[in-house]
Design a protein around this ligand. Structure first.
Ligand code: CO
Length: 454
């Protein structure tokens, strides 16, 4: 009987972290049946950035991808990453749309929904959690893990308790930047296991070089599942390596029940996939680990995006200042964990501060964050920054989505105007998330026409 469950991330987070989410369905289709036989706890294979990437870069319908994986993997639980009230987009949507999105994800094959909120505001998860339970999905509610003065064990236990009370079937500690140190993981998991009755999953990244050790300590403390990636798509900014963790735990009370030799065949397959993708997209083949993330709390991939932004603005020489500015802005904005969409919000504000002077130009998203339109920040907003950004405007203290009316009818009308009057609900949900990109895709693929003709 396997003691530790392995969630394999090669089809979602691993390629999102290492190769900008560019893995096409036809590249992994041929190995799915073998993956289905491994005995993974789950396959993380959908959601996160894969949805956007399918439509925007790969000319693929993400819903088709999900249905295909479901067909080829009837025995393994399929898992997705869902941004709570943001669905798979970058802003809040109506409860009605969130309910539909969750329903359609489950209808098309998802078993486990890992649901998180960038601000750890449980109100932003409730609609998605309720929907997942209503439609028979497993709710894995995730804690966005970060470090800072507000974030101690009590903070995380308190939030985990809220998630459990909200209906979570399991809890994930989501350490998106690899900040969780091995002994902190041990203490955190121990504390959670004492407080929480549902299984605990740990999700980390190898970014700082500690991921393997963090998993080992978490497993010793009682973690039930860990997230790993097959070797060709593991380490650096991705997850620790599946084969290494399976071997580490083999023959111990924490055995995963997975056969190492069978994993090797999968690894060989994905080695070629990685080689082809790096060639096709001219991608950086070697992303080194970056322990500096522990000092600046900025994931490596994000730094390279911000450096590009600075180059475009002609202020690349101010990059060293950015490294100091980001933690400062994050503190002033109430210590949001840096994950989509707060990572982009804090990042852009920091670039503008360094380029133009502090808070000389304040983007809409920063004002909205201060106004409470993303939910409650973990810490208070700096009063001076608040004054500069929103003056005397009142902050909202209710759930942001309470202000969003149902959107489905309008979206359908708009799609009809664009020539897709009978689009299936999946297409409407794609359109709600990424309007322009989805329209381009529908026109191009004629999927809309197919239904139009019926
Ligand atoms: Co991740």
């Amino acid at each position: 009987m396997a003691k530790i469950g392995i969630t394999e991330t090669v089809l979602r987070d691993a390629h999102q972290s290492l190769i900008a989410t560019r893995m096409r369905t036809d590249e992994f289709e041929g190995i799915l049946e073998k993956m289905d036989k491994i005995g993974y706890h789950s396959l993380e294979c959908w959601g996160g950035a894969t949805f956007d990437s399918c439509l925007r870069f790969l000319d693929e319908d993400p819903w088709d991808r999900l249905r295909l994986i479901r067909k080829k993997c009837p025995n393994t639980k399929l898992q997705m990453l869902f941004r709570g009230q943001n669905m798979l987009g970058y802003r809040h949507y109506s409860d009605e749309l969130v309910d539909y999105f969750v329903k359609k994800s489950i209808d098309n094959g998802i078993d486990i929904l890992r649901i998180f909120d960038a601000l750890n505001d449980v109100r932003n998860l409730q609609t998605a959690i309720d929907a997942a339970k209503k439609y028979g999905g497993h709710v894995q509610a995730a804690i966005s893990y970060t470090t800072g003065p507000v974030f101690d064990i009590d903070y995380y236990c308190n939030y985990a308790k809220q998630l459990e009370n909200a209906g979570a079937d399991s809890i994930c500690i989501k350490d998106m930047a690899g900040l969780l140190r091995p002994y902190d993981a041990y203490n955190l998991v121990k504390a959670l296991k004492a407080e929480i009755n549902v299984p605990i999953d740990l999700h980390t990244h190898f970014t700082s070089g500690m991921g393997d050790m963090t998993y080992l300590k978490a497993v010793e403390a009682g973690a039930d599942m860990i997230d790993t990636a097959l070797s060709p798509f593991s380490e650096s900014t991705s997850q620790p390596c599946t084969e290494a963790l399976v071997a580490t735990l083999e023959g111990t009370p924490y055995d995963t029940g997975i056969n190492l030799a069978e994993l090797n065949a999968l690894a060989d397959y994905f080695k070629d996939v990685r080689k082809n993708l790096i060639h096709d997209f001219n991608l950086n083949a070697n992303i080194p680990i970056d322990p500096k993330v522990l000092t600046f709390q900025i994931p490596g991939g994000m730094l390279s995006n911000l450096l590009n932004q600075m180059k475009e603005m002609g202020v690349a020489d101010k990059y060293p200042q950015l490294l100091e500015e980001m933690p400062r802005v994050r503190a002033e904005l109430g210590y949001p964990p840096l994950v989509t969409p707060t990572s982009q919000i804090v990042g852009s504000m920091s670039v503008l501060n360094v380029a133009l002077g502090r808070y000389k130009m304040i983007p809409r998203e920063v004002k909205d964050l201060i106004l409470g339109k993303y939910g409650r920040t973990p810490g208070p907003i700096d009063p001076e920054v608040k004054r500069l950004a929103i003056g005397d405007a009142p902050q909202i203290d209710h759930r942001p989505a309470d202000d969003i009316p149902p959107q489905m009818k309008k979206l359908r009308e708009k799609l009809a105007e664009e020539g897709f009057p009978n689009a299936p609900i999946e297409d409407v949900l794609s359109y709600a998330s990424f309007p322009e990109v989805t329209l381009n895709f529908l026109r191009h693929s004629n999927i809309g026409m197919k239904f139009h003709d019926l």
